[in-house]
Ligand binder design. Structure first.
Ligand SMILES: CC(C)(COP(=O)(O)OP(=O)(O)OC[C@H]1O[C@@H](n2cnc3c(N)ncnc32)[C@H](O)[C@@H]1OP(=O)(O)O)[C@@H](O)C(=O)NCCC(=O)NCCS
Length: 156
């Protein structure tokens, strides 16, 4: 819960939420999201959106990680970073580590990733992680390109 300030800083940036549409009102809102959305994933499903820090300086850059979507019975890869840290390969590096965690540690069969067709940087990250485009669908009222990756270790 001490990370509420970091979550607020991230989601208060209009560039960061341009394609995610989940701007935050205030610190109470950030605490609510941590309490009801982010932290339950750690406890219930052994996955979660994790804070990402630079090893060299311990600066907070954003978050990345898996989320179980019960309605779809899917594990979703997601990420977002403060704009000062974009374009340095951090999103791809952390996303690949999260896929590795999902497949090797959690032994998940399949992981999906979604981004709006206009969110070129995010689509590129999914591609660079070796995920494959499977179609475009409407999710929460917005078009999303969906990508998937199957666990290479579980393939027959
Ligand atoms: C999407 C996001 C996580 C990417 O982070 P990042 O650290 O810049 O990603 P990386 O540096 O690992 O890779 C970005 C890739 O996209 C490319 N890219 C970025 N903007 C682009 C654009 N406008 N057009 C084409 N390619 C673009 C980069 O060149 C790079 O590809 P390359 O390595 O082949 O050159 C970051 O922009 C972000 O946090 N956005 C706001 C939140 C968000 O939209 N999250 C995703 C929701 S689905």
């Amino acid at each position: 819960m001490q990370d509420a300030g970091l979550v607020l800083t991230l989601n208060a940036d209009s560039e960061v939420v341009r394609y995610t549409h989940d701007r935050m009102r205030d610190i109470v809102h950030a605490e609510e999201v941590l309490d009801k959305v982010i932290l339950p994933q750690y406890k219930s499903y052994g996955v979660g959106r994790w804070a990402v820090y630079l090893k060299s300086s311990s600066e907070f850059t954003g978050w990345c990680g898996l989320k179980y979507i019960a309605e779809r019975n899917e594990y979703d890869l997601g990420y977002r970073y403060l704009s000062a840290y974009w374009g340095k390969g951090y999103a791809t590096e952390a996303a690949m580590a999260c896929l590795q965690f999902g497949f090797e540690i959690r032994k998940l069969e399949r992981i999906v990733g979604r981004a709006m067709p206009e969110n070129v940087a995010s689509l590129r990250v999914l591609e660079k992680c070796g995920m494959h485009y499977i179609g475009t669908e409407t999710v929460d009222g917005h078009l999303a390109n969906t990508y998937e990756k199957w666990n290479p270790g579980l393939q027959k």
